[in-house]
Write a protein that binds this ligand. Structure first.
Ligand code: 3H9
Length: 694
């Protein structure tokens, strides 16, 4: 049963009981209406309390029902709220833990509300690309005032219940046990004559509502960027202010139904569930015991190691930071301090907090100091020989049961694990630069990685606020393996007729944070060069454009050398198209005997994005990633793929795999077409009319 009904002391108590967060799915909605009916027919009941079992009052509408018949099956949330609001016996919402979205809207339909302190109150629909669709944009401004409500609705951010005490949202803050308090309160109001107060009947008071709404509209334009929902939130609030409750409600409904169908909302919901799904590993149940991580060791105090260490001290975990030379160690520690101090300047951190965090850092030159660490992460030079030395040393000093992690981005984790006598304790933790900022963490599961090691690392990732995605072992893991194909296409297009600025512009217009050439100039063109040199040895059959090698041979490694694909003025990061490089590209085409042609922006986007899709599909075929949403989470959180498109795999589904496969076959038939043979999964799903994520 999704709802429990009991009578306590003459008060009907309706308890939402739909774990995990009492989502208002169809059976829960039905249960509430039945409860209200039952209370109406019971002469011994004078009032009703609605509360939630477990960890929430309610997390809102059941998102999994969206765009399915269940979402609109009666009783809808509107009908439920109507029944609650229309009840002759007063209804008291007893709110604790979480009252979000439809859950808060349900409470706003009650006649009275009692809240426990510490409850998170929010209308977070905007984060799912929609707006509150069951009266939230109309009732919340009436309960907490226009400004507070608009801020809450447009940001979706939770506010603690005690911060809203004193507004008409809460009739009282509970003292002691919430349910006891709410029942006692319900007895009082049940003894009073009706009609009982309805939020809808109050007016929205504001000295200059129109001016404030205009101000909000101007400010939201920059934040909303590619998303329609924040604008619609303001429109719906404005409709209520100007035209009254009923018309405002009708307009809100209209906007909700339109927004829930948009690709932007689909993308955000995909990301919401994708983030949670990434934490679930099929053969590692949530009951898997985890190891205690009380101290962390980081090897390498360079940019990567320093950033990794910052994550842990930010989370309150002491870190032993190891370097081989005193000056490198001092430089690393100084950089960490500088990064923290930059946050103080931005007002994001206090000086005391900086000192607290720095005090958690124990710099050392001695491997023996790692003996206390429960988790040791290596962030040294990306070369197997160097990793071998480091892992052999860690194996000597680490205590039994310590987790030994490598931050490698491309190397064979199984080979690294084999350098130790405990390969089951070895795992990959691939952070992305800057490691203290980027959300993504690829957790690389070696052939022998123990399940509890994996479970522990996933839990640690949560603690340091990363989106952790599990990858099997292959060259480049999920993210870099895919980006290599994307960069290959970008380079082929230079040979065929495009220039770096055109390619970057086209893909940035599509929504990427940065095009491949600006990205490469930022990261350093020498990194890709080193990988290609390795490829030329290991996979000589792989076909690459050589133009990037020419660039590197000319010493143009990117921003750090003052020039790469673009020119840079000293001390500036603005990418200026380079005549020298553009001429070099044109000359290279001539050398190849290629007649340069105009390449359209559509072709650029298609080739870049579909190359990601095809490699992603191969990664699924090989079991390197276990689900398409994992790939999307990698691209959304680590590679600047536009959030409103939901990641490459969801985007491919939006285009339709039939169309994607046709495009792949078209490119396969052209020069440089060797990468385009569609992956097995693309062909299979396309022939079945299915998608990666459906
Ligand atoms: C809405 O209300 C529309 C209305 O205005 C109009 C309707 C007409 N539905 O995050 P967690 C699942 S839109 C279905 O790890 P936490 C979640 O997938 C809704 N499932 O826990 C996960 O499942 P699993 C507006 C939901 O304690 C599990 O619960 N509401 C929903 O860190 C635990 O989630 C929102 O946008 C849902 N509504 O945080 C609230 N919510 O275990 C979205 C959660 O299988 N939810 N699940 O992976 C949240 O922000 C957080 O989940 C919450 C709990 C703060 C509630």
């Amino acid at each position: 049963m999704a709802v429990d009904y009991a009578v306590r002391d003459g008060i009907a108590v309706i308890t939402l009981d739909n774990p995990p967060v009492n989502g208002l799915g169809h059976s829960t909605r039905l249960g509430i209406v039945e409860g209200i009916e039952r209370a109406r027919g019971d002469a011994s009941v004078s009032a009703v309390v609605i509360t939630g079992a477990g960890r929430a009052f309610s997390g809102g509408a059941d998102i999994t029902e969206f765009n399915t018949p269940k979402a609109t099956q009666e009783p809808t949330l509107h009908t439920v709220i109507k029944a609650v609001e229309g009840s002759a016996k007063p209804v008291v919402a007893a709110i604790h833990s979480v009252a979000m979205g439809g859950g808060l809207e349900l409470a706003l339909g009650a006649h009275f509300r009692v809240a426990a302190p510490g409850a998170q109150i929010a209308l977070p629909e905007v984060k799912l690309g929609i707006l509150p669709g069951a009266g939230g944009t109309q009732r919340l401004p009436r309960a907490v005032g226009l400004e507070t409500a608009l801020n809450m609705i447009v940001s979706g951010a939770p506010v603690l219940s005690e911060k809203l005490a004193g507004t008409a949202l809460f009739d009282r803050m509970a003292e002691g046990d919430l349910l006891d308090d709410a029942v006692a309160f319900a007895k009082q109001v049940g003894a009073q004559d009706g009609p009982h107060p309805k939020v809808r009947d109050s007016t929205i008071k504001h000295p200059n509502a129109e001016g404030f709404i205009q101000f909000a509209r101007n400010s939201v334009a920059t934040i909303a960027k590619d998303f329609p929902a924040p604008h619609k939130c303001i429109d719906a609030i404005e409709a209520g202010v100007k035209n009254g409750f009923e018309r405002g409600l009708a307009f809100e409904r209209e906007c909700f139904l339109a927004l829930v169908q948009t690709p932007e909302s689909r993308a955000l919901r995909h990301a919401f569930f994708g983030e949670r799904a990434a934490g679930k590993i099929a053969d590692v149940p949530s009951s898997t015991p985890v190891r205690t991580i009380a101290r962390v060791g980081v090897i390498g105090a360079g940019m990567m190691g320093g950033g990794i260490a910052m994550n842990f001290v930010n989370a309150g975990l002491p870190v032993t930071l190891l370097e081989t030379k005193q000056d490198a160690l001092e430089r690393g520690v100084a950089t960490i301090r500088k990064n923290f101090e930059a946050q103080v300047k931005k007002g994001k951190l206090t000086t005391e907090k900086v000192e607290e965090r720095m005090a958690l850092l124990k710099p050392t030159l001695a491997y023996d100091d790692l003996a206390e660490a429960d988790l040791i992460i290596e962030a040294v030079f990306e070369e197997l020989g160097v990793k071998e030395q480091v892992f052999r040393k860690i194996d000597e000093v680490a205590k039994p049961g310590a987790i030994l992690a490598s931050n490698t981005s491309t190397l064979d984790l199984n080979a690294i694990a084999a350098f130790t006598k405990r390969p089951e304790d070895v795992v990959g933790m691939h952070f992305f630069s800057p490691a203290n900022v980027m959300k993504l963490l690829e957790v690389v599961r070696g052939e022998k990685t123990a399940k509890d090691v994996l479970a522990t690392v996933m839990q640690v990732a949560k603690k340091i606020k990363k989106t952790a995605v599990v990858s099997g072992v292959c060259d480049g893991f999920i993210g870099n393996r895919m980006i290599e194909q994307y960069v290959r296409q970008a380079l082929f297009m230079l040979d065929e007729g495009a220039l770096p600025a055109q390619i970057d512009r086209a893909i940035e217009k599509f929504g990427f944070a940065m095009g491949p050439f600006r990205m490469s100039d930022l990261a350093g063109n020498d990194i890709g060069w080193a990988i290609r040199k390795r490829r030329y040895q290991e996979q000589p059959e792989l076909h690459y454009s050589r133009i990037a090698d020419r660039l590197c041979e000319a010493g143009r490694f990117g921003q750090k050398t003052g020039g790469g694909w673009y020119d840079y003025k000293a001390g500036e990061r603005n990418a200026l198209p380079s005549k020298l490089v553009d001429d070099m590209i044109v000359a290279h085409s001539k050398e190849l005997g290629v007649e340069r042609r105009k390449i359209s922006d559509d072709e650029i986007v298609e080739r870049l994005v579909f190359s990601l899709v095809n490699e992603g599909a191969k990664i699924l075929d090989e079991g390197i990633a276990s689900k398409a949403s994992d790939i999307d989470m990698v691209y959304l959180t680590g590679y600047g793929f536009p959030l409103y498109r939901g990641g490459p795999m969801l985007y491919a589904d939006t285009v339709g795999l039939y169309n994607v496969e046709r495009a792949m076959r078209k490119y396969a038939a052209r020069p440089n077409g060797d990468a385009w043979a569609p992956a097995r999964r693309v062909t299979e799903l396309a022939s079945q009319g299915k998608g990666f994520t459906s």
